[in-house]
Design a protein around this ligand. Sequence first.
Ligand code: ADP
Ligand code: ZN
Ligand code: ZN
Length: 752
Amino acid sequence: MPNIARVLIDGAASDLQFDYAVPDDWAGRVFPGCRVRIPLRNRPATGTVMAVLEEPDAGATWLAKLKPLQSLIDEEPVLTPPLFALADWIADYYLTPREAVLRSMIPQAARSGEGTEKTRKLVTLLSEPDAEALAALRKRSKRQAELVDHLAAQTGRHAFLTELTGKDLGFSRQVITALEKAGLVSVADGAVARDPFASETYLASGPLELNAEQRTALDAVIQAIESPDDAGRKPILLHGVTGSGKTEVYLQAIQHVIDRGQGAIVLVPEISLTPQTADRFKQRFAAIQREVAVLHSHLSSGERHDEWRKVLRREARIVIGARSAIFAPIRDLGLIVVDEEHENSYKQETQPRYHGRDLAVVRAHLEKCAVLLGSATPSLESWRNVQSGKYRLTELRGRIDDRTLPLIRVIDMRLETRKQGGGLAILSSKLREAIDARLAESEQIILFLNRRGFARSLQCPECGHVAECPHCSLALTYHKEDDRLICHLCGYARVAPQRCPECSSRGITLAGYGTEKVESVLRQVFDKARIARVDTDTMRKKNQLSDTLKAFKARKIDILVGTQMIAKGLHFPNVTLVGVLNADIGLHVPDFRASERTFQLLTQVAGRAGRGDVAGEVIVQTFTPHAPSIQFARHHDYEGFAAQELILRDQFQFPPALHLAVVTVRSVHKERAEFSLQTLHRRLKRHLPPGIELTEPLPSPLVRSHDQWRFQVTMKSPSARRLARHLRETLAGLTFPEDVLVTIDMDAYSLS
Ligand code: ADP
Ligand code: ZN
Ligand code: ZN
């Protein structure tokens, strides 16, 4: 009889596993994936059961030495067998300790057993004090006021007691008790169903009649869902232009899965996981509304836990969520959908540094279910997989109701700079006229400025020249400290020029201005227009984004100016003009994906125009009008862009031609970080297997962050496994000082 539990201990940096005896009267209750309390060096600890084993040959004497499990945190295993296999895959591929993998797969509340009916204590805001009372409270006790603010910002106005008193928020029990005495909050035991959508009722909206292309796409997905063999379940890439009705295909494919009694996961990028997206699914599946769970980071941890628990208990069969929803413990999975599969936000930038889309493909393989990746601008990784036959392609080439794709005009800002007598040109005369014309017709306008990333490049406003590495076809990064330009892939460095090497202009400067500046210019130029700005600075508060979008939809705003927050997924029929203020900002950053990102972004932004009855128009301002990403986007030519960009990736040996890993060493002590990396680099180089490339050590683009110095090497190989193995074997024989942290980013998206 199996009576030994092998337990992975929580919190251990390395994968510490110990065996414990399963008490006799627990027989049949302990499974892999169960969360347990155990004694560890005579102190209480928690862990996850990895395996349940038979008594070893040594027999009873050996077993007698084992300490027994203390208690079960949860009766039910929190991981299903395929999720276990997925955890193994992640640990190997991304070189991450299993403990860290499990930690990111299971919500914190579920790991600790908080939020199970027995221990859950909920603090609820009973009434919101008016402004005057709140000001008085703020004077009396800042912390009490902060707690009221915090609760008021939560959906349902409540939070777990343990969450409030936890490390992150750190409210003391006294603060809570004081508010309880004042009658402002209640502290209650027991199960309270926190449905983030509890206040909404959904009207059912039936399936639409599909057009021929949608029908073909759906048939392909259904075939995969029903296929008994791996070959028939190849991942499907749905390449559909903006507004072609991809979501309707997802919805009907999910309906098919539900009719078969199976479940589905839908991944959407965090940024487009707006209430509107969730509503669309809730409406379609209104009859089984309770069975739709929504998981994303804007939920309170209590809400997230409730949604997750609904899935664990088989009360929900459809999960819509951001990246980490790929870990939802749905059993009998029939389909995984990844919407906007090209989105960078699927890549997690903390350990484990996984890619949600890639995990969707791996999990689908493990679960033997279908996987559907959708995009108007598929990632080059996926496109290459279509070409090599690994994925199956299905396409929606036309917009719904034969609406036309918008006309895109490219404005050469070098000429504008000259016309406006040098200096910073933000609005071209063409764009200004177009805005005036649309305002006169009471139509709406979206202006877009992509300002992200800290790594900056030098650009000449007169001729458009950008300083690039002669070896890598990458923009060089300006390092202020020593006034040099450095390539972050190969280490090439040069002094920053005083004059433009192309045209000798002294105007050469760091590219970039922000949305705030744009807003102030717009308010001057169009003083009668109603203008709103959407970026992370203005949209800090909960509901602010959805309120602004609602106002825009209700035509209470004429011009919406913002960052990528407004680039994607939004559907406003009255928007007829979209302006891209500076297409170069995302283009000349030191990143081999810059061109791809720019193409994607321009296509997505352009997709916001002309979704109603009036045809749309797009104006793109740029200093490099002949850049391929801009020209191909202008002609709505994804295939042309992909073909040319893939040639470059192959030529310069960038993904998807091969896999790329960034190894970063950090420390608050500069020399120790540098020295440790040099040691690691020497070892990596010593037994470098053929087919792996290794750069020299370099400062990271963000050389110092949060007081930590960062240095890195980059590795490339056609085989991710070989790369991982070499790294694993090398690191196994090395120890570093305690303050030195080594991180590995496999299939890195950012070189920082
Ligand atoms: P995409 O996700 O490809 O950008 P959507 O799925 O948002 O496109 O569809 C755009 C619009 O077309 C939506 O308003 C949707 O309801 C509508 N639509 C989709 N499919 C159909 C159809 N078969 N018949 C009529 N309208 C449709
Ligand atoms: Zn120049
Ligand atoms: Zn280089």
